[in-house]
Design a protein around this ligand. Structure first.
Ligand SMILES: [Zn+2]
Length: 189
């Protein structure tokens, strides 16, 4: 294990709770991020929220693999959003499944970094999508919650099959379609 966190899968109640604000940005938070990074990179994700590793704190890490390295957002808040964009979203907590989801195209997010400094980012398309997706995790919301009722039912059925395969260790069909928020190759396309 080497201090690395295991990514929780949909069905785990920890993914359905609202995470608490981080009041002290101290060494413990930095160590938590240090442990989250390998979990995100091993899964080739572009974002990972603390609840996904079982920690109920308002923090997520992200890296679009554009050479800037990983970044951390603490107590993030979207203060403005605009437009509409359909994107095929995946989630490290729902591996193997993707869904076309409509959300605002641009967002303005504010928060703090690991040094406690204020961060303000205006993001578009993929980065904006990532922020909205990760912020959802801090509120106990998963991507299937954005689907229409019938679509959601089907998604949950598919997930039960997928989960059974994951848990039995057969890892399901080695299907590798576009898995944008999961696979770094797809994300770079
Ligand atoms: Zn996710």
């Amino acid at each position: 294990m080497g201090g690395t966190f295991e990514i929780r899968l949909m069905g785990d109640p920890v993914l359905r709770q609202r995470a608490a604000e981080i009041t002290d940005i101290d060494g413990r938070v930095a160590r938590m991020v240090d442990d989250m990074l390998p979990a995100m990179y091993e899964a080739e994700g572009i974002g990972l929220a603390a609840p996904q590793v079982g920690i109920q704190r308002r923090l997520f890490i992200f890296d679009l693999y554009e050479g800037d390295g990983p970044q951390t957002l603490i107590n993030p808040e979207i203060v403005e959003s605009e437009g509409e964009w359909t994107y095929t979203e995946g989630c490290l907590s729902v591996p193997g499944l993707t869904f076309d989801i409509v959300r605002p195209k641009e967002v303005h997010i504010v928060g703090r970094d690991l040094d406690g400094n204020e961060v303000s980012i205006e993001a578009d398309e993929l980065l904006a999508r990532l922020f909205q997706h990760e912020l959802d995790h801090l509120d106990g919301v998963l991507l299937v919650d954005h689907l229409e009722r019938a679509e959601r039912k089907e998604a949950l059925r598919d997930w039960r099959v997928q989960l059974a395969q994951l848990q039995s260790g057969t890892n399901g069909p080695a299907e590798s379609g576009p898995v944008p928020l999961v696979g770094r190759n797809a994300a770079a396309d």
